[in-house]
Write a protein that binds this ligand. Structure first.
Ligand code: CMC
Length: 424
């Protein structure tokens, strides 16, 4: 099949059909409006392929997730976050030399300009760290010029990856009123982040291997997820040729929402609410099903996965393992397990194919690691950064990229005459 036929207004139109490398079929409607005068109506873009991409493959029906062809289970088990960053951004796994060079560059660009530290002082201690992250990401463009050549773009990518974790840790220190801890060049990416988060000048802080491994796993699982809300935002902003830092800053704000990356914070708030209310899960399940109630089971459901989210499967096991290794017991984990069990056997959730998503168990692990709830979405942003960067770079280099500019179906008032104020 190479064309699809559309019968519209008694006239037949042919549209080209093409297939992705995993057999996904697409009808090319690029000329739809030019040929028929009509536009495709698809609110939320659930059926719209906005680009061709060779970064991530998801089969939502089968619960499959690949980064550059590699199954997420293998990467979670055998790789580390820095290697996954390289893979996503450059398309191939690095050789030993390439990885050593990448790691070295990531280490030596971790400092932010000293003047940027003053920005943190301006925020109230109650500021949500996502507000600071978004502002700081965009502000990097004020200190590091927009470079257009491939080497310059590559340098800014390294700067962003290296400095983002410093900014995240500084945002946390600001929120608890502690002095900033500067990056250390002898530590790995994840260990350095933990050190900047949890070290205090008066004490000797040893970065725990358990925490480093847990963080690596979480960041790998969040690293990329094709055209989700924040990634599409990064591409959309970047399609106007906005610079890398500005585009990523927009991605951070898109991620913040509770239906997207903000859900991990909301899951913990929800579990805590259920616990404080006596642990009656069924009451909350009924509320989630009640169409008159705005309550949703946070951490459940996904636009693409209509089967288990493979990341949630890995994280459920990791939550057990990490809590055991750290010797932490968390009553919220029991509530989460009970909710999951009830939901997986409830016809409302079964019929709508609503399963736990990546955010359902991640918050439990972050809590066990000692992170406050309002840092959870920052952790998601830190993980998603290489995915955003890879998508931004792919968009920049794609000759088919046009400024993103959807159409609409106007439903407002038809033309009418203005009436001066005195006559209204
Ligand atoms: N609790 C109760 N009902 C739900 C839920 C939920 N969490 N999610 C979806 N539904 C119902 C929804 O009411 C609708 O029912 P009906 O067909 O009777 O109208 C049906 O399931 C389909 O839902 P939808 O809202 O049309 O689905 P969507 O694809 O537009 O939304 C979603 C996907 C993730 C926004 C949604 O499932 C949701 O709000 N989940 C809770 C928030 C959450 O966990 N977000 C994190 C997503 S994964 C991390 C990431 O962003 O990458």
């Amino acid at each position: 099949m190479t064309t699809a036929k559309l019968l519209f207004d008694n006239q037949e139109y042919d549209f080209p059909v093409f297939e992705g490398s995993e057999g996904e079929k697409a009808i090319d409607f690029t000329k739809l409006r030019a040929q028929t005068g009509a536009v495709a109506y698809d609110p939320g873009y659930g059926n719209t392929g906005s680009c061709k991409s060779s970064i991530t493959f998801i089969d939502g029906e089968e619960g499959v997730l690949h980064y550059r062809g590699y199954p997420i289970e293998q990467l979670a088990d055998q790789s580390n976050f820095v290697e996954v960053c390289y893979l996503l951004i450059n398309g191939e796994l690095p050789t030993q030399d390439e990885l050593a060079d990448f790691q070295h560059r990531l280490t030596y660009h971790t400092l932010i300009h000293e003047d940027m530290k003053k920005f943190f002082e301006g925020y109230p201690p109650s500021a949500h760290p996502m507000a600071i992250m978004a502002a700081m990401a965009v502000s990097l463009s004020a200190y590091y010029p927009d470079l257009e050549d491939p080497e310059g773009i590559d340098l800014n990518i390294i700067r962003l990856l290296a400095k983002f974790k410093t900014i995240a840790a500084f945002a946390y220190k600001k929120s608890i009123g502690q002095p900033f801890i500067y990056p250390r060049n002898d530590l790995s990416y994840t260990a350095d982040f933990l050190h900047m988060m949890f070290a205090v000048p008066a004490e000797d802080y040893q970065v725990s291997d358990v925490l480093t491994r847990a963080l690596d796993l979480l960041l790998i699982l969040h690293a990329e997820h094709e055209q989700n809300c924040s990634t599409s935002t990064v591409r959309m902003v970047g399609s106007s040729r906005a610079n890398l830092f500005a585009s990523i800053g927009a991605g951070v704000t898109a991620l913040w929402g509770p239906l997207h990356g903000g859900a991990n914070q909301e899951v913990i708030n929800m579990l805590q609410m259920i616990k404080d209310d006596g642990g009656d899960h069924r009451k909350y399940m009924d509320m989630a099903k009640d169409k008159n109630s705005p309550f949703r089971l946070m951490g459940f459901g996904h636009r693409v996965y209509k089967n288990f989210d493979p990341r949630a499967r890995i994280l459920k096991q990791a939550a057990d393992d990490v809590l055991n290794e750290l010797g932490v017991t968390d009553p919220l984990l029991d509530i989460a397990r009970n909710l999951e069990e009830i939901a997986l056997n409830d016809s409302y959730f079964v019929e709508r194919k609503l399963y736990p998503n990546v955010d359902f168990y991640s918050g439990i692990i972050y809590r066990a690691m000692g992170l406050p709830t309002n840092m959870f979405t920052v952790m998601f942003a830190l993980g998603r950064l290489p995915g955003w960067i890879a998508q931004w770079k792919e968009m920049r280099n794609d000759p088919e990229t046009r400024i993103n500019r959807p159409r609409q179906i106007y439903t407002g008032a038809t033309e009418r005459d203005y009436q001066p104020l005195a006559q209204r």
